[in-house]
Design a protein around this ligand. Structure first.
Ligand code: HEC
Ligand code: HEC
Ligand code: HEC
Ligand code: HEC
Length: 175
């Protein structure tokens, strides 16, 4: 074998090693189910679907707050969701369910419960977020000026941010 042929054989050998190495590594690294249903791991869609929703659906509130749920569905606020006024409440739902399942004593709302994503004490500022007079909402959308409306409707002049509650129930606001 001439010197030049030996060079060629070496190059071919290295080439073969590279190809085998690539195939070997790829076999090790590609998950077993890759490609069986498409260009992804076959388990991936189920894994994604099983991930916990960060924003609870308000149907999740229903079993424990049936009366308020029904009231909301039956009134002018039926398109407004619990979370718009009370916060995402993920921690609240998880903690309440955990307590109910374990049968232990404890609170799942309020400062001592450790729940940070549930609000009560809904005040005029929250109502104002949606009912502030402005350009844009659909024709006929109810808008009022919170600085004058309560007095116009006959409320005593007050700084109490809960004043709307004197005449409106958040869950069924029609006065
Ligand atoms: C497993 C039952 C359960 C579920 C589900 C649940 N709650 Fe509650 N909720 C409770 C209990 C029990 C309390 C009373 C809290 C306490 O005293 O520990 C409460 C209290 C509240 C309060 C009053 C808070 C306070 O500080 O007094 C609000 C507002 C509330 N829940 C909203 C919601 C919303 C919104 C959802 C759905 C996203 C929801 N809850 C889902 C059981 C539940
Ligand atoms: C438009 C705003 C609004 C929506 C939407 C709303 N709430 Fe309320 N909620 C209020 C107001 C206002 C109060 C009474 C005053 C307060 O707690 O700040 C209240 C009080 C409550 C309380 C009693 C809190 C307490 O002081 O003991 C619970 C429980 C509650 N809501 C649950 C719900 C649930 C469950 C939903 C969804 C089905 C919901 N709310 C949707 C405005 C709202
Ligand atoms: C997330 C937005 C939102 C928030 C927050 C909100 N509302 Fe509303 N409100 C609505 C929508 C949507 C309607 C229905 C409008 C329609 O039917 O055209 C409505 C309707 C109303 C009406 C008219 C009822 C009727 O019979 O026509 C009143 C009164 C009202 N809200 C009061 C309140 C009060 C009080 C608060 C605070 C506790 C509040 N809203 C918070 C969105 C909101
Ligand atoms: C003293 C009672 C009273 C208080 C307090 C009060 N309202 Fe009203 N509100 C009414 C009455 C009554 C109506 C119906 C008026 C009408 O149909 O002309 C009304 C109507 C409304 C409407 C619907 C307006 C429309 O064009 O249909 C909204 C929105 C509203 N109020 C929000 C609020 C908010 C937000 C607060 C707190 C800042 C508040 N109200 C405080 C009595 C009150």
């Amino acid at each position: 074998m001439s010197k030049d042929t030996r060079h060629l054989w070496r190059a071919a050998f290295i080439g073969l090693l590279a190809v085998c190495g690539f195939i070997g590594l790829r076999t090790l690294m590609v998950p077993a189910s890759f490609g069986s249903t498409g260009p992804y791991r076959a388990e991936a869609p189920e894994e994604e679907a099983a991930r916990k929703e960060l924003l609870p659906d308000q149907k999740e509130c229903k079993p424990c707050h049936e009366a308020r749920y029904e009231k909301l569905q039956g009134g002018a606020h039926k398109l407004v969701h619990c979370k718009h006024c009370h916060g995402t409440a993920r921690e609240h739902v998880d903690r309440c369910k955990e307590l109910a399942a374990s049968g232990k004593e404890g609170k799942c709302a309020g400062p001592e419960s450790g729940v940070t994503d549930l609000y009560k004490g809904i005040n005029s500022a929250k109502c104002d977020k949606c009912h502030h007079p402005r350009v844009g909402p659909p024709k006929g959308f109810p808008m009022i000026d919170i600085s004058t409306h309560p007095q116009e409707m006959g409320a005593e002049p007050t700084d109490d941010p809960a004043v709307c509650g004197e005449c409106h129930d958040g869950h069924d606001p029609t006065p």
